[in-house]
Design a protein. Structure first.
Ligand code: NAD
Ligand code: ZN
Length: 357
């Protein structure tokens, strides 16, 4: 008998997801079946649903790559987990483990990788398949909804901060105080950095201060750049750009100190102009940063387990996904919305669904 589960399915790019009954997947060799307890909604899910990026997912698909749950069944040859273990599933679903990138601890750059909720079905469902070699172990006492955002927002902002090479006591500017940025601020403080946060939404600046930022500045104000330069005494030693705006990428160069490294993490579609003179004369490093390795993920989880980092979350039922994506698109989400699979159908479902397109 085929077991069925609820899932939020993308059938057409840019259209509301449909809540459907689909078969519970069966884990193959090396895979585990995860019973999803909580699934964070990342802006990447919105890019996926809208088909924003050069390589689009194959339709239909189930998004979601910030997953916390428990192992419900083991495929053949899985020895590192047992049923009932608390686990996290991240964007990096699997990689080949044999190429030059995998062999040098850069599995995030593997050309043969698959991505959760993009090229493989993800966590906007009651169950999902994960690769046992890429599943993270979660502390047993943890609240699933609270830890879920660490599986992407946490590890990505933590890795992005490491990639700025900013040292304890130095300034890091974090542009974009969304899901990634608000935990990024907490990682930066825990790493001994001074933080100046930028966003264009006043509520996000309050969130930045709550999260521990030393300064929070409205990036849209005409004096934003001189203000950052003044506060940091010459510009930030490192800049982490998580903003979903190409303007923020250009601004990052203006607020960087001489010799700074700018870690580019946000993925708005498009390009930004790079002023050659500034980059050359200030010896600036522009560096892309993509999620984090399994080692980065374990470290990012450890910060959260130690209560040094705690995502600000709002819980929502799976059925609210279209309203949540609409809020994310309009920068109305404070912190992260986490789909909590234990929650029933929300009463405002009818209200929130049509607002998304
Ligand atoms: P989010 O929507 O929660 O947050 C984005 C924030 O950017 C919002 O607070 C918004 O107000 C702010 N913003 C918009 N314009 C701005 C501007 N000009 N200056 C400063 N802030 C501005 O999104 P999120 O979930 O935090 O994701 C952010 C981006 O990071 C997305 O593009 C996502 O796809 C990408 N991402 C990248 C990776 C990676 O590995 N590189 C991983 C996860 C997410
Ligand atoms: Zn993500």
């Amino acid at each position: 008998m085929v077991m069925l589960m609820r899932a939020a399915v993308v059938r057409t790019f840019g259209k509301p997801l449909t809540i459907e009954q689909v078969p519970v997947p069966v884990p193959g060799p090396g895979e585990v079946l995860v019973k999803v307890k909580a699934s964070g909604v990342c802006h990447t899910d919105l890019h996926a649903v809208d088909g924003d990026w050069p390589v689009r997912p194959t339709l239909p698909f189930i998004p979601g790559h910030e997953v916390a749950g428990i192992v419900a069944a083991l495929g053949a040859n899985v020895t590192n987990f047992k049923e009932g273990d608390a686990v996290g599933v991240a964007w990096l679903h699997d990689a080949c483990l044999r190429c030059e990138y995998c062999e040098s601890g850069w599995e995030t750059l593997c050309e043969h990788q698959h991505n959760t909720g993009y090229s493989c079905n993800g966590g906007f469902a009651e169950y999902m398949i994960a690769d046992a070699a890429f599943v993270a172990r979660l502390p047993n006492h943890i609240d699933f909804a609270e830890i879920a955002p660490i599986l992407c927002a946490g590890v990505t902002s933590y890795k992005g901060l490491k990639e700025t090479e900013a040292q304890p006591g130095e300034w890091v500017a974090i542009s974009g105080v969304g899901g990634l940025g608000h935990v990024g601020i907490q990682y930066a403080k825990a790493m001994g950095l001074k933080v100046i946060a930028l966003d264009i939404v006043p509520e996000k600046l309050n969130l930045a201060r709550m999260a521990g930022a030393d300064f929070a500045i409205n990036a849209a104000m005409p004096d934003a750049v001189p203000e950052v330069i003044k506060v940091t005494g010459g510009g930030a030693h490192g800049v982490l750009v998580t903003a979903v705006s190409t303007a923020a990428f250009s601004q990052a160069i203006s607020i960087a100190r001489r010799k700074a490294t700018i870690s580019l993490v946000g993925l708005p579609p498009g390009q930004f102009a790079t002023p050659i003179f500034d980059v050359v004369l200030k010896r600036i490093t522009l560096r892309g940063s993509i999620v984090g390795t399994r080692q980065d993920l374990d470290e990012a989880i450890a910060f959260a387990a130690d209560r040094k980092v705690k995502a600000v979350i709002r819980r929502a039922p799976l059925e609210d996904i279209n309203g949540v994506l609409a809020d994310l698109k309009q920068a109305k989400v404070q912190g992260r919305v986490v789909l909590d699979m234990a929650m029933g159908v929300s009463t405002n479902r009818a209200k929130s669904e049509p607002s998304y397109v």
